[in-house]
Write a protein that binds this ligand. Structure first.
Ligand code: T46
Length: 135
């Protein structure tokens, strides 16, 4: 889907566990300015419901699983994140919804910029209107 892709990170597995290194620029296509993680999402609760104008992000479910719905004015798709070596890249002007968080799910997000509420489009009608010329 436009402005979205899956990355596979190196997983160094051994008898004493697994380690996944992620380096900016080499493993994700931007400088990482912010990291946040989402935990303890109650059963049945969905999050997201917005797009970003400039932000690039990579979403990694480092424990459990979560589903992500991606939309733009022309396409819609669903991704299941359930492997801590998988990263979902989401670029600008992609609507996202996160749902079906499993018990204990941890969603780690690498972001290309600092938090800025003005970068969000939180209304689907505004999003469809603003994104229409880009697709
Ligand atoms: C995204 C998806 C995947 C901050 O103060 N700083 C931050 O860095 C972030 C990310 C959020 N916040 C505040 C803003 C809200 O008052 O935390 C509250 C919850 O944020 P929001 O409702 O945007 O959370 P989600 O889970 O809907 O979306 C988040 C990110 O905001 C968003 O960029 O792409 O995760």
């Amino acid at each position: 889907m436009y402005n979205c892709s899956m990355f596979k990170f190196l997983s160094i597995n051994s008898n004493y566990g697994n380690l996944t290194p992620i380096e900016e620029v080499f493993d994700v296509p931007f400088d990482i300015k912010r990291i946040y993680y989402i935990t303890n999402v109650p059963h049945g609760v969905s999050r997201g419901f917005h797009a970003h104008r400039r932000l690039h992000q990579v979403l990694i479910c480092i424990n459990g699983s979560v589903k992500i719905k991606l939309k733009n004015p022309k396409e819609e798709s669903e991704v299941i994140l359930n492997d801590s070596s998988d990263g979902l890249y989401i670029g600008p002007y992609v609507w996202r919804e996160m749902y079906d968080f499993s018990e204990g799910a941890i969603l780690l997000v690498l972001a290309s910029d600092y938090y800025n509420e003005n970068d969000y489009i939180r209304n689907i009608d505004f999003y469809m209107n603003e994104a229409a010329t880009r697709y």
